[in-house]
Ligand binder design. Structure first.
Ligand code: TXA
Ligand code: MG
Length: 359
């Protein structure tokens, strides 16, 4: 029997018409290797020249790894969608290294930018009106563009050396947990991108806050590294946009950031224990370290850290999901964190990973 994965590894097993094209792509992928480079000045220069030539470079930011291409080069951006298997309706963030570069990618600079500049560089993405330099493909045809100035020396110097804004979604396959380590990028995208700049584990581990400041009051489309409380301090009222109708930001898709195992999210350990009685298969547990003892010896238990350190918990959230996947578990049972500060972003990612269901 030919399994579906064997099928995709052997493109010539598909329909006849596609054969020459698929065979050609297969050979290219096979010959082409992804280079993993330490972020020395020389290697950043090499990576920048790949960006300028229209290639793909994965690079660390303070949040998660990004998969970068020249944001002004439509063909290069199209490759991002292909290798991530990302649907074209999902717009990509444009990364800039300075306020001057930011001004080049937008139509107009809003007043609020001044107040928000204290978070930049940082884990904040702003939705602004798109300028002509950015092809519509980057924004999935929307009149807006998402812009972010990452707080990572490696990312900033890559953008600066490239001399162009860099379009970059998180460097993972679409719908999967974001990559917080270079090995995650290699696992998901190895062989299909040119370079991975290896900056070790990312500092924050959860993606940036996406804030739409074309709206009054401004709307948070995805909670992240900068909290609602911090934004309200400088902007006044800010609303957290709940999913309504067609998602505006896939951060708003019902199911996203998911491991391969089915993730079940619980409010309490009582509910979790009740569910365990009903489940078959191999069970993985993801809870704070202080509660791990309840499950050890019975199931595969991994902990991202303690709820008394939500930053640390967030940093290791996605890598813990990936570790449980590697154990081959069928289910990941996770407990919900307190929904304040960074806890709100952690809750958001777990909720999306569970297909937007809490038990
Ligand atoms: O921390 C981060 O934001 C990371 C690093 C690499 O910068 N990037 C990241 O990109 O998480 P991505 O593509 O995985 O998520 C970008 C989010 C998506 O939810 C997307 O829908 C939203 O930003 N977005 C991008 N452009 C938008 C736009 N014009 N309007 C509304 N949402 C937009
Ligand atoms: Mg993503």
């Amino acid at each position: 029997m030919i399994t579906s994965s064997a099928n995709s590894a052997c493109p010539f097993l598909r329909t006849r018409g596609e054969l020459p094209f698929r065979f050609f792509k297969f050979i290219i992928n096979w010959v082409k290797r992804t280079r993993i480079l330490k972020p020395t000045p020389r290697n950043i220069e090499i990576a920048a020249s790949v960006i300028k030539r229209g290639g793909l470079v994965a690079f660390p930011t303070e949040t998660v790894y990004g998969l970068g291409a020249d944001a002004t080069n439509e063909d290069a951006v199209r490759k991002i969608f292909e290798v991530k298997r990302r649907p074209l309706y999902d717009p990509v963030i444009v990364h800039v290294s300075s306020f001057d570069m930011l001004k080049e990618v937008v139509k107009e600079v809003p007043e609020d930018l001044d107040k928000l500049s204290r978070f930049m560089p940082g884990p904040l993405t702003l939705i602004l009106m798109r300028g002509e330099r950015i092809p519509p493909l980057v924004s999935a045809g929307l009149p807006t563009v998402a812009v972010r100035m990452p707080a990572s020396e490696i990312a900033l110097s890559l953008i600066e050396r490239s001399g162009v804004p860099i379009a970059a979604p998180s460097a993972n396959l679409f719908g999967r947990p974001s990559s917080t380590k270079p090995e995650h990028v290699l696992h998901d995208l190895g062989g299909r991108i040119d370079i991975i700049l290896d900056g070790g584990e990312t500092r924050i581990g959860i993606e940036s806050t996406v804030l739409d400041i074309t709206k009054r009051p401004p709307e948070i489309l995805r909670p992240g590294g900068i909290t609602k409380e911090e934004l309200e301090e400088v902007l006044g009222e800010v609303v957290l946009k709940e999913r309504a109708g067609r998602p505006k930001s896939p951060g708003q898709l019902k199911k996203h950031y998911s491991p391969r195992a089915k993730l079940l999210l619980f409010e309490s350990y009582e509910r979790m224990e009740e569910e365990i009685k009903k489940l078959g298969g191999k069970i993985g547990i993801m809870v704070p370290i202080e509660d791990a003892g309840r499950f050890e010896g019975r199931f595969i238990v991994k902990s991202p850290g303690s709820f008394s350190d939500l930053e640390g918990y967030g940093r290791r959230l996605f890598s813990t999901m990936r570790e449980l996947d590697e154990e081959g578990v069928d289910y990941i049972l996770a407990i919900a964190p307190p929904r304040r500060g960074v806890g709100l972003s952690i809750f958001d990612r777990l909720f999306k990973a569970s297909g937007s269901e809490i038990k």
